[in-house]
Design a protein around this ligand. Structure first.
Ligand code: MLT
Length: 398
Protein backbone atom coordinates (compact mmCIF):
# COMPACT_ATOMS: atom_id res chain seq x y z
CA UNK A 1 0.00 0.00 0.00
CA UNK A 2 1.32 3.43 -0.91
CA UNK A 3 0.88 5.88 1.96
CA UNK A 4 0.55 9.54 1.12
CA UNK A 5 1.97 12.49 3.01
CA UNK A 6 -0.06 12.99 6.20
CA UNK A 7 1.15 16.58 6.50
CA UNK A 8 -1.10 17.59 3.59
CA UNK A 9 -4.04 17.12 5.99
CA UNK A 10 -2.68 20.13 7.89
CA UNK A 11 -2.89 22.46 4.90
CA UNK A 12 -5.84 24.67 4.05
CA UNK A 13 -7.92 23.18 1.21
CA UNK A 14 -6.42 25.43 -1.44
CA UNK A 15 -3.55 27.81 -1.94
CA UNK A 16 -4.59 31.41 -1.18
CA UNK A 17 -4.42 32.73 -4.72
CA UNK A 18 -6.20 29.66 -6.15
CA UNK A 19 -9.00 30.16 -3.64
CA UNK A 20 -9.35 33.80 -4.72
CA UNK A 21 -9.25 32.85 -8.41
CA UNK A 22 -12.10 30.36 -7.82
CA UNK A 23 -14.23 33.02 -6.11
CA UNK A 24 -13.53 35.54 -8.86
CA UNK A 25 -14.29 33.02 -11.64
CA UNK A 26 -17.63 32.19 -9.99
CA UNK A 27 -18.46 35.90 -9.79
CA UNK A 28 -17.51 36.46 -13.45
CA UNK A 29 -19.66 33.50 -14.53
CA UNK A 30 -22.64 34.95 -12.64
CA UNK A 31 -22.07 38.55 -13.75
CA UNK A 32 -20.66 38.44 -17.27
CA UNK A 33 -21.72 42.07 -17.82
CA UNK A 34 -19.44 43.44 -15.06
CA UNK A 35 -15.96 44.79 -15.66
CA UNK A 36 -13.91 43.13 -12.94
CA UNK A 37 -10.73 44.97 -11.91
CA UNK A 38 -8.07 42.66 -10.53
CA UNK A 39 -5.77 43.99 -7.83
CA UNK A 40 -5.35 40.66 -6.08
CA UNK A 41 -2.41 38.45 -7.04
CA UNK A 42 0.70 40.50 -7.82
CA UNK A 43 0.70 39.77 -11.52
CA UNK A 44 2.21 42.37 -13.85
CA UNK A 45 0.37 43.86 -16.82
CA UNK A 46 3.05 45.72 -18.81
CA UNK A 47 4.72 43.76 -21.62
CA UNK A 48 8.34 42.63 -21.44
CA UNK A 49 10.96 45.31 -22.08
CA UNK A 50 12.08 45.70 -25.74
CA UNK A 51 15.68 44.84 -24.76
CA UNK A 52 14.43 41.53 -23.33
CA UNK A 53 12.34 40.73 -26.39
CA UNK A 54 15.29 41.51 -28.71
CA UNK A 55 17.58 39.22 -26.74
CA UNK A 56 15.03 36.40 -26.69
CA UNK A 57 14.39 36.75 -30.42
CA UNK A 58 18.12 36.47 -31.11
CA UNK A 59 18.26 33.40 -28.90
CA UNK A 60 15.30 31.86 -30.73
CA UNK A 61 17.15 32.38 -34.03
CA UNK A 62 20.28 30.75 -32.56
CA UNK A 63 18.22 27.73 -31.56
CA UNK A 64 17.19 27.28 -35.19
CA UNK A 65 20.76 27.05 -36.50
CA UNK A 66 22.85 23.90 -36.15
CA UNK A 67 26.05 25.75 -35.11
CA UNK A 68 24.39 27.77 -32.33
CA UNK A 69 21.67 25.37 -31.19
CA UNK A 70 21.85 24.46 -27.47
CA UNK A 71 20.54 21.37 -25.71
CA UNK A 72 20.83 20.82 -21.96
CA UNK A 73 22.46 23.78 -20.26
CA UNK A 74 24.14 23.88 -16.86
CA UNK A 75 21.46 23.13 -14.24
CA UNK A 76 22.57 26.14 -12.18
CA UNK A 77 22.38 28.53 -15.15
CA UNK A 78 24.68 29.89 -17.84
CA UNK A 79 27.78 31.88 -16.89
CA UNK A 80 26.69 34.86 -18.99
CA UNK A 81 23.70 35.30 -16.66
CA UNK A 82 25.73 34.69 -13.50
CA UNK A 83 28.16 37.38 -14.60
CA UNK A 84 25.34 39.84 -15.31
CA UNK A 85 23.95 39.25 -11.80
CA UNK A 86 27.41 39.59 -10.20
CA UNK A 87 27.68 43.05 -11.81
CA UNK A 88 24.16 43.98 -10.73
CA UNK A 89 24.96 43.17 -7.08
CA UNK A 90 28.25 45.06 -7.32
CA UNK A 91 26.08 48.09 -8.17
CA UNK A 92 24.77 48.10 -4.61
CA UNK A 93 28.02 47.16 -3.00
CA UNK A 94 27.72 43.37 -2.73
CA UNK A 95 30.46 41.09 -4.03
CA UNK A 96 29.34 37.65 -5.15
CA UNK A 97 31.17 34.79 -6.83
CA UNK A 98 29.40 33.59 -9.93
CA UNK A 99 29.08 30.04 -8.56
CA UNK A 100 27.19 31.40 -5.56
CA UNK A 101 24.30 32.21 -7.93
CA UNK A 102 21.80 29.57 -9.06
CA UNK A 103 19.36 30.42 -11.84
CA UNK A 104 15.85 29.03 -11.44
CA UNK A 105 12.34 29.32 -12.81
CA UNK A 106 11.40 31.73 -10.05
CA UNK A 107 11.58 32.48 -6.35
CA UNK A 108 8.40 30.56 -5.56
CA UNK A 109 9.89 27.26 -6.76
CA UNK A 110 13.18 27.87 -4.98
CA UNK A 111 11.36 28.84 -1.82
CA UNK A 112 9.64 25.48 -1.81
CA UNK A 113 12.60 23.45 -3.08
CA UNK A 114 15.17 24.85 -0.64
CA UNK A 115 13.38 22.92 2.12
CA UNK A 116 15.07 19.80 0.61
CA UNK A 117 18.48 20.68 2.02
CA UNK A 118 17.30 21.20 5.61
CA UNK A 119 16.38 18.63 8.22
CA UNK A 120 12.73 18.31 9.19
CA UNK A 121 13.86 18.60 12.80
CA UNK A 122 14.38 22.34 12.39
CA UNK A 123 12.09 24.87 14.00
CA UNK A 124 10.91 27.41 11.47
CA UNK A 125 10.35 31.06 12.38
CA UNK A 126 7.84 32.74 10.12
CA UNK A 127 6.53 36.29 10.23
CA UNK A 128 2.76 36.71 10.34
CA UNK A 129 1.37 38.06 7.99
CA UNK A 130 3.48 36.29 5.37
CA UNK A 131 3.69 35.12 1.75
CA UNK A 132 1.85 31.79 2.14
CA UNK A 133 4.50 29.73 0.32
CA UNK A 134 6.90 29.83 3.31
CA UNK A 135 4.27 28.41 5.60
CA UNK A 136 2.65 25.85 3.29
CA UNK A 137 5.93 24.35 2.09
CA UNK A 138 7.05 23.78 5.68
CA UNK A 139 3.69 22.35 6.70
CA UNK A 140 4.16 19.88 3.82
CA UNK A 141 7.41 18.76 5.50
CA UNK A 142 5.75 18.48 8.93
CA UNK A 143 8.10 20.97 10.54
CA UNK A 144 7.55 22.83 13.78
CA UNK A 145 6.58 26.40 12.99
CA UNK A 146 6.68 29.38 15.32
CA UNK A 147 5.36 32.79 14.39
CA UNK A 148 6.53 36.31 14.96
CA UNK A 149 3.84 38.92 14.85
CA UNK A 150 3.87 41.79 12.39
CA UNK A 151 1.62 44.56 13.67
CA UNK A 152 1.27 48.33 13.51
CA UNK A 153 3.34 48.67 16.73
CA UNK A 154 6.40 47.24 14.95
CA UNK A 155 5.45 48.64 11.53
CA UNK A 156 4.88 45.03 10.43
CA UNK A 157 8.62 44.39 10.83
CA UNK A 158 9.10 41.75 13.53
CA UNK A 159 12.51 41.83 15.20
CA UNK A 160 14.43 38.97 16.83
CA UNK A 161 13.42 37.85 20.29
CA UNK A 162 16.18 36.07 22.18
CA UNK A 163 13.64 34.00 24.11
CA UNK A 164 12.51 32.38 20.85
CA UNK A 165 14.59 29.47 19.57
CA UNK A 166 14.51 29.04 15.82
CA UNK A 167 16.70 27.34 13.22
CA UNK A 168 15.36 28.69 9.95
CA UNK A 169 14.02 32.21 9.65
CA UNK A 170 12.05 33.61 6.74
CA UNK A 171 12.38 37.35 6.06
CA UNK A 172 10.96 39.28 3.14
CA UNK A 173 11.87 42.90 2.43
CA UNK A 174 10.29 44.87 0.79
CA UNK A 175 7.62 42.80 2.38
CA UNK A 176 4.88 40.85 0.76
CA UNK A 177 2.11 41.53 1.79
CA UNK A 178 2.68 44.66 3.91
CA UNK A 179 5.20 46.61 1.79
CA UNK A 180 7.31 47.25 4.92
CA UNK A 181 11.10 47.46 4.49
CA UNK A 182 13.87 46.55 6.92
CA UNK A 183 16.68 49.05 7.52
CA UNK A 184 20.31 47.90 7.50
CA UNK A 185 20.44 48.12 11.31
CA UNK A 186 17.39 45.88 11.60
CA UNK A 187 18.93 43.32 9.23
CA UNK A 188 22.14 43.47 11.29
CA UNK A 189 20.07 42.50 14.33
CA UNK A 190 18.63 39.52 12.43
CA UNK A 191 22.06 38.44 11.23
CA UNK A 192 23.39 38.66 14.80
CA UNK A 193 20.47 36.52 16.04
CA UNK A 194 21.00 33.94 13.28
CA UNK A 195 24.74 33.69 13.97
CA UNK A 196 24.17 33.35 17.70
CA UNK A 197 21.68 30.50 17.12
CA UNK A 198 23.50 28.84 14.20
CA UNK A 199 20.28 29.51 12.31
CA UNK A 200 19.84 30.21 8.59
CA UNK A 201 17.89 33.16 7.22
CA UNK A 202 15.97 32.60 3.99
CA UNK A 203 15.77 36.13 2.66
CA UNK A 204 13.18 36.83 -0.01
CA UNK A 205 14.30 39.85 -2.04
CA UNK A 206 11.74 39.46 -4.85
CA UNK A 207 10.69 43.11 -4.52
CA UNK A 208 14.18 44.64 -4.14
CA UNK A 209 13.92 46.61 -7.39
CA UNK A 210 11.13 48.71 -5.87
CA UNK A 211 13.54 50.21 -3.32
CA UNK A 212 14.29 53.83 -4.21
CA UNK A 213 16.29 54.91 -1.21
CA UNK A 214 20.01 53.97 -1.30
CA UNK A 215 19.96 53.72 2.51
CA UNK A 216 17.50 50.80 2.35
CA UNK A 217 19.12 47.40 1.69
CA UNK A 218 18.24 45.63 -1.54
CA UNK A 219 20.06 42.52 -0.43
CA UNK A 220 20.74 40.99 2.99
CA UNK A 221 24.36 40.65 1.86
CA UNK A 222 24.97 44.36 2.48
CA UNK A 223 25.39 43.06 6.03
CA UNK A 224 28.86 41.55 5.81
CA UNK A 225 28.32 38.56 8.11
CA UNK A 226 25.10 37.61 6.35
CA UNK A 227 27.26 35.41 4.09
CA UNK A 228 27.66 33.06 7.06
CA UNK A 229 23.95 32.75 7.79
CA UNK A 230 21.74 33.70 4.83
CA UNK A 231 20.42 32.49 1.52
CA UNK A 232 18.82 35.08 -0.74
CA UNK A 233 15.96 34.28 -3.12
CA UNK A 234 15.20 36.66 -5.93
CA UNK A 235 13.01 36.86 -8.97
CA UNK A 236 12.62 38.73 -12.22
CA UNK A 237 8.84 38.45 -12.02
CA UNK A 238 8.22 41.86 -10.54
CA UNK A 239 11.53 43.50 -11.49
CA UNK A 240 11.14 42.84 -15.19
CA UNK A 241 7.64 41.47 -15.75
CA UNK A 242 8.71 37.81 -15.89
CA UNK A 243 5.64 36.38 -14.08
CA UNK A 244 4.77 34.37 -17.18
CA UNK A 245 8.32 34.06 -18.51
CA UNK A 246 9.70 32.48 -15.31
CA UNK A 247 13.21 33.26 -14.18
CA UNK A 248 14.70 33.90 -10.78
CA UNK A 249 17.89 33.20 -8.86
CA UNK A 250 19.05 32.10 -5.46
CA UNK A 251 22.31 33.14 -3.84
CA UNK A 252 23.94 30.57 -1.58
CA UNK A 253 27.28 31.89 -0.29
CA UNK A 254 30.23 29.52 0.08
CA UNK A 255 30.71 30.77 3.65
CA UNK A 256 27.40 29.21 4.69
CA UNK A 257 28.20 25.96 6.47
CA UNK A 258 25.99 24.00 8.90
CA UNK A 259 26.03 20.59 10.55
CA UNK A 260 23.86 17.58 9.80
CA UNK A 261 22.05 16.02 12.75
CA UNK A 262 24.86 13.46 12.91
CA UNK A 263 27.41 16.27 13.23
CA UNK A 264 28.93 16.39 9.75
CA UNK A 265 29.70 19.88 8.42
CA UNK A 266 28.36 20.65 4.96
CA UNK A 267 28.60 23.66 2.67
CA UNK A 268 25.04 24.65 1.72
CA UNK A 269 26.19 25.87 -1.69
CA UNK A 270 27.42 22.34 -2.52
CA UNK A 271 24.22 20.80 -1.17
CA UNK A 272 22.05 23.11 -3.28
CA UNK A 273 24.16 22.37 -6.37
CA UNK A 274 23.72 18.66 -5.67
CA UNK A 275 19.99 19.12 -5.24
CA UNK A 276 19.56 21.22 -8.38
CA UNK A 277 21.71 19.03 -10.62
CA UNK A 278 19.66 16.03 -9.48
CA UNK A 279 16.16 17.43 -9.64
CA UNK A 280 16.29 20.33 -12.12
CA UNK A 281 17.43 20.67 -15.71
CA UNK A 282 17.82 24.43 -15.75
CA UNK A 283 15.97 27.39 -17.23
CA UNK A 284 15.64 27.50 -21.03
CA UNK A 285 18.51 29.23 -22.89
CA UNK A 286 16.08 31.66 -24.56
CA UNK A 287 14.73 32.80 -21.19
CA UNK A 288 18.22 33.18 -19.71
CA UNK A 289 19.24 35.39 -22.64
CA UNK A 290 16.15 37.51 -21.93
CA UNK A 291 17.11 37.64 -18.24
CA UNK A 292 20.67 38.68 -19.13
CA UNK A 293 19.19 41.61 -21.09
CA UNK A 294 17.30 42.76 -17.96
CA UNK A 295 20.70 43.54 -16.39
CA UNK A 296 22.09 45.38 -19.46
CA UNK A 297 22.17 49.18 -19.42
CA UNK A 298 19.24 49.40 -21.82
CA UNK A 299 17.31 46.65 -20.01
CA UNK A 300 17.76 48.41 -16.67
CA UNK A 301 16.55 51.68 -18.15
CA UNK A 302 13.45 50.03 -19.59
CA UNK A 303 12.69 48.04 -16.44
CA UNK A 304 13.07 51.12 -14.27
CA UNK A 305 10.42 52.81 -16.45
CA UNK A 306 8.09 49.87 -15.82
CA UNK A 307 8.70 50.06 -12.08
CA UNK A 308 8.07 53.82 -12.13
CA UNK A 309 4.75 53.16 -13.85
CA UNK A 310 3.63 50.74 -11.14
CA UNK A 311 4.85 53.08 -8.43
CA UNK A 312 2.74 55.85 -9.89
CA UNK A 313 -0.24 53.48 -9.65
CA UNK A 314 0.65 52.92 -5.99
CA UNK A 315 0.79 56.67 -5.44
CA UNK A 316 -2.67 57.12 -7.03
CA UNK A 317 -4.05 54.37 -4.80
CA UNK A 318 -2.44 55.86 -1.70
CA UNK A 319 -3.91 59.28 -2.45
CA UNK A 320 -7.38 57.81 -2.84
CA UNK A 321 -7.11 55.97 0.47
CA UNK A 322 -5.83 59.10 2.21
CA UNK A 323 -8.79 61.07 0.93
CA UNK A 324 -11.09 58.42 2.42
CA UNK A 325 -9.19 58.47 5.71
CA UNK A 326 -8.29 54.78 5.38
CA UNK A 327 -5.11 53.83 7.19
CA UNK A 328 -2.57 51.98 5.09
CA UNK A 329 1.07 50.85 4.95
CA UNK A 330 3.48 50.18 2.07
CA UNK A 331 3.15 51.46 -1.48
CA UNK A 332 6.44 53.37 -1.42
CA UNK A 333 9.23 50.82 -1.86
CA UNK A 334 6.68 48.23 -2.83
CA UNK A 335 3.91 47.50 -5.32
CA UNK A 336 1.58 46.54 -2.47
CA UNK A 337 -0.67 48.66 -0.30
CA UNK A 338 -1.70 47.09 2.99
CA UNK A 339 -4.78 48.77 4.32
CA UNK A 340 -6.92 48.52 7.38
CA UNK A 341 -10.37 47.25 6.39
CA UNK A 342 -12.86 50.08 6.74
CA UNK A 343 -15.98 50.02 8.90
CA UNK A 344 -14.61 47.25 11.11
CA UNK A 345 -15.02 44.63 8.37
CA UNK A 346 -13.03 41.41 8.53
CA UNK A 347 -10.66 40.83 5.60
CA UNK A 348 -12.93 38.31 3.88
CA UNK A 349 -15.97 40.53 4.47
CA UNK A 350 -14.12 43.36 2.79
CA UNK A 351 -13.07 41.02 -0.03
CA UNK A 352 -16.73 40.05 -0.61
CA UNK A 353 -17.85 43.66 -0.37
CA UNK A 354 -15.32 44.81 -2.97
CA UNK A 355 -16.07 41.94 -5.32
CA UNK A 356 -19.87 41.91 -5.00
CA UNK A 357 -20.50 45.63 -4.85
CA UNK A 358 -17.60 47.15 -6.79
CA UNK A 359 -16.27 44.29 -8.92
CA UNK A 360 -12.78 44.99 -7.56
CA UNK A 361 -10.53 42.10 -6.51
CA UNK A 362 -7.95 42.36 -3.73
CA UNK A 363 -6.36 39.93 -1.31
CA UNK A 364 -7.76 39.47 2.20
CA UNK A 365 -5.10 40.00 4.86
CA UNK A 366 -6.27 36.92 6.78
CA UNK A 367 -5.03 34.82 3.86
CA UNK A 368 -1.49 35.84 4.87
CA UNK A 369 -1.93 34.73 8.48
CA UNK A 370 -3.91 35.44 11.63
CA UNK A 371 -2.22 38.82 12.11
CA UNK A 372 -3.53 39.86 8.70
CA UNK A 373 -7.13 39.72 9.92
CA UNK A 374 -8.74 43.14 9.53
CA UNK A 375 -6.27 44.08 6.77
CA UNK A 376 -6.36 43.90 3.02
CA UNK A 377 -3.76 43.98 0.22
CA UNK A 378 -4.14 45.86 -3.06
CA UNK A 379 -1.65 45.42 -5.87
CA UNK A 380 -0.38 48.31 -8.02
CA UNK A 381 0.45 46.07 -10.98
CA UNK A 382 -2.71 46.95 -12.93
CA UNK A 383 -3.13 49.24 -15.91
CA UNK A 384 -3.37 52.99 -15.20
CA UNK A 385 -6.94 53.07 -16.44
CA UNK A 386 -8.05 50.21 -14.17
CA UNK A 387 -6.18 51.57 -11.16
CA UNK A 388 -7.90 54.94 -11.50
CA UNK A 389 -11.27 53.32 -12.09
CA UNK A 390 -10.94 50.98 -9.10
CA UNK A 391 -10.04 53.87 -6.82
CA UNK A 392 -12.98 55.89 -8.14
CA UNK A 393 -15.33 53.00 -7.37
CA UNK A 394 -13.85 52.64 -3.88
CA UNK A 395 -13.98 56.36 -3.15
CA UNK A 396 -17.58 56.62 -4.34
CA UNK A 397 -18.98 53.58 -2.59
CA UNK A 398 -17.21 53.47 0.74
C1 MLT B 1 1.60 37.66 -4.69
O1 MLT B 1 0.60 38.17 -5.19
O2 MLT B 1 1.79 37.58 -3.47
C2 MLT B 1 2.64 37.12 -5.60
O3 MLT B 1 2.34 37.47 -6.91
C3 MLT B 1 2.69 35.68 -5.51
C4 MLT B 1 3.96 35.17 -6.09
O4 MLT B 1 4.88 35.92 -6.42
O5 MLT B 1 4.03 33.94 -6.19
Amino acid sequence: MAFVNDNYCNLKDSYLFSQIAQKVNAYVAEHPEKKVIRMGIGDVTLPLAPAVIDAMQKAVAEMGVKETFRGYGPEQGYDFLHEAIVKYYAGFGVTLASDEIFISDGAKSDCGNITDIFSNANTILIPDPVYPVYLDTNIMCGRKIVYMDGKPENNFLPMPDDSVKADIIYLCSPNNPTGAVYTKEQLEAWVAYALKNDAVILYDAAYEAFVDDPAIPRSIFVVEDARKCAIELCSLSKTAGFTGTRCGYTVVPHALVRKTESGKELELNKMWLRRQTTKFNGVPYIIQRGAEAVFSEQGQKECREMLAFYKENARIMAEGLRRKGIKFYGGTHSPYIWLQCPQGMSSWEFFDFLLEKLAVVGTPGAGFGAMGEGYFRLSAFGSRENTIEAMERIEKEL
